[in-house]
Write a protein that binds this ligand. Structure first.
Ligand code: URA
Length: 467
């Protein structure tokens, strides 16, 4: 008997889940199922046999969140492979933790494509205001062409971020509306909307002003902003001109740069409010650490990530690379996070302090803990990141992060593994810093504790994703 479930364009995950539950709980082999989307050519199988009645079945929570993403992928075999892995998961709850398994690897790769597509949509959706005169809420419209069927996955992000306005996002197949905070989707075919107007002129002016020639990385820009998105971005045609003028503008910025503040000015600078609109972390002179560092190291990860991981400060390697947690502590963190089933790519990773503090010793640069006043001076940047990323909870790694996020500087080991309320009102899970393991004689014990806490973070993440 052949089953041929047809998944609707809207609610595809729920339809797949219901059909898979009915089929798997009745031990139907994967080869007897032909998965397809509604509207696809039914081929040889027509409607297939009616689905059997579902029976009770337990599935690991991690599988559900993976399936939710993979179901949005356009790869033809995605629903079939999900079902095959579902069958295997039943007798093996740890299967998804086995990154060497080729089927798990394939699903993870597809889930990663979905995360990336969502990241691009968050970054490149541009709204145009269309508020009619009599309206009491502002109204916006946008056009976007995602690679995958991500409209339902991404809608909660836009609803959270733009909850105080009404908006419509039109994609070639789905129109998503948010009115008064209520989100609805409609499956309609739409042709590309041309949205050029004065708002775009404003955006172009803004983009030209925030463009920082000193941080120009053409390759990174092209990979972050692939050409296929350019046609819908009002600022795209400015980019070649900005790149061409970057070197001259950078020289001018260097000539105009203020001289470094003397170290003894540290206390006074600490008390100065940050200049609004300064925008560029690299220019921060609220404390003297930045004067020695190669560059400021901001966070990395998707906007809207439910989890923000906060460390202490960039180390030697991070200072050179401009990315957080890429040196030995970062590598150890990656290993332990993988062991704990915590997906680093789903988190926004950053530090309490954005510059590397060190003392030179010969050719080496030896890490120095930041002073309390330096951590306090840098908190404004972390707060900006929290406002921008809008995490649901934070993971504080080490005493510096715990202190800055909760305001409580008491001993870390008594607090680790617990969730405290942070200054921003968000839950903060406290744990130790990976570099404590690298330095300690009790490294096995500390390693086990950190893995335990990372597992807790992974569970909290799963609970959020399962919502
Ligand atoms: N230690 C940290 O706290 N952060 C980094 O980015 C690297 C090492």
């Amino acid at each position: 008997m052949i089953y041929a479930p047809r998944l609707p364009r809207l609610g595809a995950f729920e339809a797949w889940r219901d059909a898979a539950r009915a089929l798997a709980s009745n031990d139907v082999p994967a080869d007897d199922i032909h998965w397809a989307m509604q509207g696809d050519d039914a081929g040889l199988f027509g409607d297939g046999a009616p689905l059997p009645a579902p029976r009770e079945m337990m599935v690991p929570a991690a599988f559900v969140s993976l399936a939710r993403r993979v179901c949005a992928h356009r790869a033809p075999g995605a629903h079939d492979l999900l079902y095959r892995v579902l069958l295997r998961c039943r007798g093996n709850a740890r299967l998804l933790g086995n990154r060497a398994d080729p089927q798990v690897q394939q699903l993870e790769a597809w889930a990663k494509n979905i995360r990336r597509d969502m990241h691009k949509m968050k970054a490149f959706v541009r709204f145009r205001e269309v508020t009619p005169q009599e309206a009491n809420r502002r109204q916006f419209i946008s056009w976007f062409e995602p690679d995958h069927r991500i409209e339902e996955l991404i809608a909660p992000f836009f609803a959270r971020r733009f909850g105080d306005m009404d908006w419509v996002i039109v994609t070639p197949q789905i129109t998503t509306r948010c009115a008064g905070g209520d989100v609805s989707h409609e499956a309609v075919q739409s042709a590309r909307l041309d949205l050029s107007d004065e708002t775009e002129e404003l955006w172009r002016t803004y983009y030209a002003n925030i463009f920082n020639p000193a941080r120009l990385k053409i390759k990174a820009m092209q990979s972050e902003m692939p050409k296929k998105y350019w046609k819908n971005l009002p600022e795209a045609d400015l980019i070649p001109g900005l790149i061409a003028g970057a070197e001259a503008q950078m020289r001018k910025m260097q000539d105009d740069a203020p001289s470094l503040p003397p170290l003894r000015a540290e206390r006074i600078l600490d008390r100065l409010p940050i200049r609004e609109g300064l925008g560029d972390l690299n220019a921060c002179a609220r404390c003297p650490i930045g004067a020695m560092a190669t560059q400021a190291v901001g966070g990395a990860g998707p906007m809207g990530a439910p989890l923000m991981i906060v460390g202490e400060q960039p180390g030697d390697r991070e200072d050179l690379a401009g990315m957080p947690f890429v040196g030995p502590a970062g590598q150890l963190f990656d290993t332990l996070a993988a062991e704990a089933g915590l997906d680093r790519d789903a988190a926004y990773v950053t530090n309490a302090v954005k510059h590397f503090k060190f003392t030179p010793r010969g050719k080496r640069r030896i890490h120095q803990s930041p002073h309390k006043s330096e951590v306090e001076a840098c908190r404004v940047w972390l707060e900006r990141e929290i406002t921008q990323v809008q995490p649901v909870f934070l993971l504080a790694m080490g005493a510096t992060a715990a202190q800055t996020l909760t305001g409580d500087g008491s001993a870390l080991m008594a607090r680790r593994g617990t969730v405290e309320r942070g200054r921003e009102g968000l839950p903060v899970l406290i744990t130790l810093h990976p570099s404590a393991i690298l330095r300690s004689e009790e490294s096995d014990r500390l390693r086990a504790l950190l893995v335990q806490d990372l597992r807790q973070a992974a569970r909290m993440l799963e609970e959020i994703r399962a919502l």
